[in-house]
Design a protein. Structure first.
Ligand code: NAD
Ligand code: DAU
Length: 351
């Protein structure tokens, strides 16, 4: 389909920048509008390579401002939305839930209202990008399916669950053409070093302690961010309206085994002795309400649309570490200033 005006919210963030780049290249006949408030997590350096592409537009947009959202819908005649803008870090949500309510819940409803107001005719898609955390926490067995009941347990996941409910409510009540995807943990380039993998890469490089929450036995399912972007493209293009699709990597790791693996990989790349980086591992106070295990059944997406992760974790992690080694300027930029205060606040008294 040609000449759509696709608003991608949160396009300057980690996942959003990969989605924007993919759409700018894959859909040269469509206009791609990146609407992002540029919070601490948004960074236009993530998209420097597509600056000047004829079908790419950036707008500084705070989705908590309903009028500002309407202005963008009008200005670009927005035909479709891929909604990624959100406060995304669980630890920050524990410190201050209200920003999560504002961006994740109110911001989502503002976008839904604008779509409802402006999409009175024609074909449209509102694709809401969400998380597997809405399903809560698993024990040793089982996988989250699209039928799993919602059971969010952190302020972050409660805000995402609420936004999912609003998106579904707008489908059932007003017939808004929505799709939802719920994905597991992403990793890859341009990942802000507050999250586990980039934080550990940064600390290994700088010989700083590697803070493992609790016993390190919590389990996450990891997916390469480019594979998440390809899943979003697939669902946006071929998914059924009103449906939710789980996205995951079938790639479960305990945090401690993942960090040990990363240490070995980085010892090799940095020419360190085997075991050197592992000595930095430090067990610290657990996250409050720490979900034990996430694991995704993505068979609906695979069976309906043939989507699968394209690379192994070993390949993806190696590429990711290489990116951080090659992009020290980016890392220096995002870890100066307020990051230092954040780090001190979160980890200063944690041991
Ligand atoms: P991120 O924190 O890296 O980026 C979020 C982006 O949203 C930033 O560019 C930020 O500036 C922007 N933003 C925040 N509040 C905004 C507001 N009020 N108005 C406009 N822009 C705003 O997040 P991410 O990890 O890239 O996650 C993107 C989306 O994917 C989120 O909705 C998140 O819930 C979801 N998700 C993330 C993961 C993951 O592993 N990171 C997994 C599944 C789903
Ligand atoms: O599952 C999808 C979710 O994954 C997304 O919706 C969230 O936006 C994203 O942030 C991520 O949430 P997690 O809480 O799982 O990711 P995080 O990287 O913060 O933590 C991963 C695991 O590592 C978790 O069990 C907590 C642990 N951890 C994290 C940090 C930052 C540590 O042990 N030490 C740390 O310093």
């Amino acid at each position: 389909m040609n000449n759509r005006n696709i608003l991608i919210t949160g396009g300057a963030g980690f996942i959003g920048s990969h989605v924007v780049r993919r759409f700018v290249y894959n859909y040269p006949n469509d206009n791609i509008i990146n609407g992002d408030a540029l919070t601490y997590a948004g960074n236009l350096e993530n998209l420097r390579d597509i600056d000047g592409a004829p079908n790419y537009f950036f707008e500084r947009l705070d989705i908590t401002n309903s009028e500002a959202v309407r202005v963008i819908f009008k200005k670009y005649k927005v035909s479709d939305v891929i909604h990624l803008a959100a406060e995304s870090h669980v630890d920050r949500s524990i410190e201050g839930p209200m920003e999560f309510v504002m961006s994740n819940v109110v911001g989502t409803v503002n976008l839904l209202n604008a779509a409802k107001e402006f999409w009175t005719a024609g074909e449209h898609v509102f694709h809401h990008v969400s998380t597997d955390e809405v399903y809560g926490s698993l024990g040793d067995e089982g996988l989250f399916t699209e039928q799993t009941s919602y059971d969010p347990r952190s302020p972050y996941s409660a805000s995402k669950a609420s936004s999912d409910h609003f998106v579904r409510a707008y489908f059932h009540t007003y017939g808004l053409p929505i799709k939802i995807s719920n994905c597991s943990n992403n990793y890859g380039s341009h990942h802000f070093p507050e999250k586990l993998i980039p934080l550990m890469i940064h600390n290994i490089l700088n010989n700083k302690p590697l803070p493992i929450y609790g016993k390190g036995d919590n389990i996450r399912d990891w997916l390469w961010v480019e594979d998440h972007a390809s899943a979003i493209d697939t669902i946006f293009t071929k998914g059924r309206l009103g449906e939710a699709y789980n996205v995951g990597g079938l790639n479960e790791w305990t945090n401690i085994e993942l960090v040990r693996f990363l240490c070995r990989l980085m010892d090799e790349k940095l020419g360190r002795q085997v075991g050197e980086s592992e000595k930095l591992i430090t067990y610290v106070k657990d996250r409050a309400g720490h979900d034990k295990r996430y694991a995704i059944d993505a068979s609906k997406l695979e069976n309906e649309m043939g989507w699968k992760p394209s690379i192994t974790f070993e390949e993806g992690l190696s590429k990711t570490v290489d990116w951080y080694l090659d992009n020290s300027e980016w890392v220096n930029q995002v870890t100066s200033g307020s990051y230092k205060e954040y780090y001190k606040k979160m980890y200063g008294n944690r041991t």
